[in-house]
Design a protein around this ligand. Structure first.
Ligand code: NAG
Length: 423
């Protein structure tokens, strides 16, 4: 069918414009292309000249390195009475693999009163030598702050529930994420301590820890230790990254390689890129958070990082925004992005020597070559499968590791990118 006359006319005019100005157009296009290349290159993560994060020790320490003075540190678990079995299992695992030889104190926190059953069973798992406290969370640390529109929050939770966003419809889960993001470190039971190790119900460690991780963190000036890095579900935190990157710009915070490692640069040419900023999980420039974050259900950290003015400011800003309730911001992406924004890469530590299982997902110690170990980086890229068994020519990190053949190994894609910034 022939085009109607005026359209044909316009097309011909356009064609004429293009042919007469093609040099100019080609020039503009190559400028845009060049800008895209430079932009994407700026987000390439490069190895630092010196390795920043070697494993603290390789292999088993025999005898166990438990003869140094203890650090100011505590093992922390937040749980409900109904989780007594999962809590007991986790405590057993931590005691067997580590704490029977070190005797660090435990604090258990609950938003409700502890049941006698929980205290008895979990106390038994710690052992009679153990130092255990069962505490409640003060009301002011758990529940809606007064600036939250609770009707809006509940309506949004219903929407999250309908969209099948995991735990999105559970009010208490939102309170929990807010507590774990902004309050746990101020709980009276934690105030005496500088370091903490977060333990959750239903976790398991599959390697022995034969040195003191708190003492090592202190000796190496580490402030945040993690084991698994993986992807967040984008639907739970659609505006979190934008909020944090706006905060970062507003306070002129420098961009560390760690922050860069969290970003997938957009290939959209410059004038159009900024329009992408309105999509979820993007910053004001339109670049995308790659959803990588540290799984905070295991965390060994310096509590003074969370107690710092800088972290408190970040939390207050997020808390005022309301995303803990209007969306389902988890404490894992909050801790991770705050660490990437506020800490130097060398202040993070990957516990690459710990096997760890939670929720059917596991980290297995990946063996490292001598060269990788010298650089302090033990993650061969693209490793797949179960990750256990010795790989030819590779030396083992970790001690008496027994990966679980039935749990899914988290592919180290996020770890590789983050690790590159520190290796
Ligand atoms: C140190 O570890 C050994 C096991 O290697 C254990 O027998 C000893 O009781 C531990 N010492 C302390 C103070 O916990």
């Amino acid at each position: 069918m022939p085009l109607p006359r005026p359209t044909r006319h316009r097309l011909r005019a356009l064609y004429r414009t293009i042919t007469s100005h093609w040099k100019l157009i080609a020039f503009a296009a190559s400028l845009l292309l060049l800008e895209v290349c430079v932009h994407v290159r700026n987000y390439a993560v490069t190895r630092p000249a010196e390795p920043l994060d070697a494993p603290f020790y390789a292999g088993c320490q025999d005898p166990v390195l438990n003869n140094t003075a203890r650090a100011s540190a505590v093992l922390l678990m937040l749980a409900r009475n109904s989780e007594v079995d999962g809590a007991t299992a986790s405590v057993r695992s931590v005691q067997e693999q580590f704490n029977d030889n070190f005797g660090y104190p435990w604090v258990f926190l609950n938003d409700e009163e502890w049941s006698e059953e929980f205290k008895e069973k979990v106390g038994q798992a710690v052992g009679k030598e153990g130092n255990v406290e069962f505490k409640q969370i003060p009301k002011k640390m758990w529940g809606y702050p007064d600036w939250i529109d609770q009707d809006k929050a509940k309506a949004n939770m219903q929407v999250m529930k309908d969209k099948k966003i995991q735990y999105g419809g559970l009010e208490s889960y939102h309170h929990m994420c807010r507590f774990q993001s902004g309050f746990f470190f101020d709980h009276p039971a934690l105030l005496p301590y500088k370091y903490y190790w977060r333990v959750e119900p239903n976790i398991r460690f599959t390697c022995a820890l034969t040195y003191d991780p708190f003492v090592s963190m202190q000796a190496h000036k580490k402030r945040y230790g993690y084991n698994i890095a993986l992807w967040e579900r984008g639907q739970t935190v659609p505006s979190l990254f934008r909020k944090l990157s706006d905060f970062k710009s507003a306070h002129y915070l420098p961009t560390s390689p760690l922050w860069t490692a969290m970003i997938d640069a957009s290939y959209m040419p410059w004038p159009f890129r900024r329009a992408l900023a309105w999509l979820r999980n993007r910053d004001g420039n339109g670049d995308l958070w790659n959803m990588c974050h540290f799984w905070s259900n295991f965390e060994i950290a310096d509590l003074d990082f969370f107690r710092s003015d800088a972290y408190r400011k970040v939390f207050e800003y997020l808390d005022k925004d309301g995303g803990f309730y209007y969306e389902r911001w988890g404490d894992a992406p909050v801790h991770s992005l705050a660490a990437a924004m506020l800490l130097k890469p060398e202040e993070l530590h990957h516990f690459s020597d710990l096997g760890y299982i939670h929720d059917g997902l596991q980290y297995c110690t990946f063996q490292s070559t001598q060269e990788e170990k010298k650089r302090g980086f033990g993650m061969p890229p693209g490793i797949s499968g179960k990750g256990h068994g010795k790989i030819e020519g590779r030396e083992e990190v970790g001690c008496r590791c027994q990966c679980d053949p039935d749990a899914r190994v988290v592919e180290p894609v996020c770890l590789n990118r983050i690790g590159l910034a520190m290796a």
